[in-house]
Design a protein around this ligand. Structure first.
Ligand code: SAM
Ligand code: SF4
Length: 325
């Protein structure tokens, strides 16, 4: 197996796969209230096509896969896809990012199919506020999903909170303190201005400020697994859980970027914030074999930019739900 590296010598070993652009929520920072114009079913990659791309990627050295969306659990038969991916030689980690609403129903089946772990989005612990942020969601569904994931052994269960100034930033301390007594791995994510392109990011709470607010509660100490992926992890001394910080806006973590993204309609995106994409669906439907897809993946890796342009205020054409985060 060849090791995949981009033009800046970054090892590329991680593929995020968006399996659908559909979602059962409408989070205010991710989608307009009316939803987005959806891809047709025929536009979306079939499971056999995703499997072929993942096989090609694994042959090049990709070892980690993450399923995302939209909401991955709204796609029918997702456990079948997990089972297919789990059989691929060289793939040693399969995870999923989900809003958790349907996890209570699927956690055990996903674990049995070969899913290793989940990241669950949870932006508020107040039912009314949770409903307001997601425009549809019921907090209890997600809390049940979190418990189901833990019981099924989809560990570590990570909780992602997008911090939105004036909306939920007064709950930072609440989520942080939960890590003292619960095995919660809470990650605070900076708000990215996908919905208000070109405008000042008035909802942003920089990670430096989030950390300051948490350290007012007690000193944090560095925790594992630092150095892997964009999050930096800490914990309160003796705490059961950890606290992670993800700062896509104020601190560029591009130097550690190890990933490619596959959109639901079969485009390979070398960078989250760049609209340069390589089409795989066309070649797949014209009969491309694993070797042909490997060639296109290599092309995407070589074209990875050194860093994104979000700090300069540039975002991208797609909504977050169309890329998968
Ligand atoms: N539906 C799943 C979920 O919500 O976890 C997976 C897809 S969602 C697009 C992936 C991640 O992107 C979530 O953790 C979500 O909170 C994050 N996200 C979406 N829009 C964002 C934004 N404007 N700023 C920061 N994070 C965002
Ligand atoms: Fe759906 Fe996830 Fe976007 Fe919320 S963040 S609207 S759950 S895709």
């Amino acid at each position: 197996m060849t090791k995949l590296a981009d033009s800046y010598h970054r090892p590329i070993n991680y593929l995020r796969i968006s399996v659908t652009d559909r979602c059962n929520l409408r989070c205010i920072y991710c989608m307009p209230s009316e939803g987005i114009s959806l891809m047709s079913h025929g536009d979306i990659l079939r499971y056999e096509e995703i499997d072929l791309v993942a096989k090609a990627a694994a042959e090049l050295g990709i070892a980690k896969l993450r399923l995302t969306g939209g909401e991955p659990l709204v796609r029918a038969g997702l456990t079948d896809l997990v089972a297919m991916l789990a059989k691929i030689k060289g793939i040693d980690d399969i995870s999923m990012t989900t809003n958790g609403v349907l996890l209570d129903r699927y956690a055990v089946a996903l674990k049995n199919a070969g899913l290793h772990r989940v990241n669950i989005s949870l932006d508020s612990l107040r039912p009314e506020r949770f409903h307001k942020i997601t425009r549809i969601g019921k907090l209890d569904d997600v809390l049940n999903g979190i418990e189901a994931a833990k019981e099924a052994g989809l560990n570590p269960v990570k909780i992602n909170m997008v911090v939105i100034r004036g909306t939920n930033d007064d709950e930072i301390h609440h989520l942080a303190l939960l890590t003292l007594s619960d095995v919660w791995h809470v990650r605070f994510i900076e708000f990215m201005p996908f919905m208000e392109k070109g405008k000042k990011n008035r909802f942003l709470v920089p990670v430096s400020e989030i950390m300051e607010r948490i350290e007012a509660l007690g000193k944090l100490e560095p925790s594992l697994p630092n150095g892997v992926g964009p999050a930096r992890y800490y914990r309160f001394p003796g705490a059961k859980g950890t606290i992670g910080f993800i700062s896509p806006v104020t601190e560029c973590f591009c130097q550690a970027c190890n990933r490619l993204r596959l959109t639901a309609d079969g485009k390979l995106r070398p960078c989250l914030f760049s609209d340069d994409e390589i089409d795989l669906r066309g070649p797949l439907r014209q009969g491309a074999a694993v070797e042909d897809i490997k060639h296109l993946i290599r092309q995407a890796v070589v074209s990875k930019p050194e860093k994104h342009k979000l700090i300069a205020g540039v975002t991208c054409e797609r909504f977050m739900s169309q890329i998968g985060g």
